[in-house]
Design a protein around this ligand. Structure first.
Ligand SMILES: Nc1ncnc2c1ncn2[C@@H]1O[C@H](COP(=O)(O)OP(=O)(O)O)[C@@H](O)[C@H]1O
Ligand SMILES: [Mg+2]
Length: 302
């Protein structure tokens, strides 16, 4: 990648409750870069610093010396920076939706950002409709619901819609799919993937779910104890299960199956990270066993 990264952080440190007995050093020198159009995962055990890092991406937390955060070349430690514009371009969906919802009605909550951007009523309505469709919330059914009466999953969807309604260039999801039911998650993943692939939306995905990370992102940073401890393509990172275990993580189940088969001497050509890839690899193995009754049955039914 030759272009300058859209978001670049260098040697970032962060201390909570500085100069108090409860002082916690959350970041101990983090370097990361996010390029336009990429889809990047940040994984790591609880408390490793993921949420602290991503809050630097849109200026919710400002960097301190010697740390540097550049967003589209702009230095985020500059107090004169147009922070409203940065937050429109870089949308962050929080870990807990309660932090994000503040209007009484779902429709108003999602319309809040577009209103602040000065959009007229008719355009706002279209934008809200679009954002709700994106997250799988029926416009007519939900627009007049009270935000406090929503289920956890619906709250998350509303929070996500509120950020999407700003049409950000970069969307950061900080464990934002937790609590959404499995089918809803799958649909949400598919829509996010479509926004990424078809509309070039840059995604930063923080999730404890390795299957979802593997489905959604091309590149991964692994954090532990305030530092980046591993990074690479999704396949490179998930090809090192032992190292991930040391950092309190695991690999997608289909990847684990492939590693276990390899350990038993069964040649898996390419370590799969998604279910589709797993099916392909297993099929290759079965096809090479000519005597396998499974294969002959399958071939007979084709
Ligand atoms: N607002 C806060 N005040 C004090 N400590 C915090 C705060 N937020 C996070 N921390 C601490 O900073 C460390 C990193 O937290 P966080 O960035 O939330 O990690 P993660 O998102 O990976 O779980 C943890 O030790 C956490 O307890
Ligand atoms: Mg977190």
């Amino acid at each position: 990648m030759s272009e300058a990264p859209f978001i670049q952080i260098n040697d970032l440190h962060h201390v909570y409750l500085r100069d108090t007995p409860l002082e916690i050093t959350a970041l101990k020198g983090v370097d990361m870069e996010i390029h336009m159009g990429e889809s990047v995962g940040i994984i790591g055990r609880t408390g490793s610093g993921k949420s602290t890092v991503v809050q630097h991406f849109n200026g919710l937390i400002r960097p301190r010396e010697p740390g540097k955060v550049l967003v589209d070349g702009e230095d985020m430690s500059d107090p004169k920076i147009d922070i409203k514009r940065v937050r429109q371009r870089v949308g962050l969906v929080f870990q807990s939706p309660q932090q994000q919802l503040f209007e009484k009605l779902v429709g108003d909550d999602i319309a809040y950002g577009p209103k602040r951007l000065g959009m007229v009523q008719a355009d706002r309505r279209e934008r809200v409709k679009w954002a709700m469709e994106m997250v799988g919330l029926d416009f007519e059914r939900f627009k007049d619901r009270f935000t406090f009466s929503l289920s956890g999953g619906e709250m998350r969807k509303t929070a996500l819609a509120g950020v999407l309604a700003l049409r950000p260039e970069v969307l950061i999801l900080d464990e934002s799919t937790t609590g959404v039911d499995p089918r809803g998650r799958k649909e949400l993943m598919a829509r996010l993937l479509a926004l990424h692939k078809e509309h070039g939306l840059t995604l930063v995905f923080v999730s404890p779910n390795m299957e979802e990370v593997a489905e959604l992102v091309e590149r991964v940073y692994v954090m532990d104890d305030g530092r980046v401890v591993m990074s690479g393509t999704t396949r490179e990172v998930f090809s090192q299960p032992e190292e991930l275990f040391q950092h309190g993580l695991n690999v997608p189940q289909v990847t684990q199956v492939a590693h276990d088969l390899r350990a038993r001497g069964i040649g898996v050509e390419r370590v799969p990270v998604t279910v589709d890839e797993g099916v392909e690899e297993i099929w290759k193995i079965l096809s090479s066993c000519e005597t396998s009754p499974l294969v002959s049955t399958y071939q007979a039914t084709r």
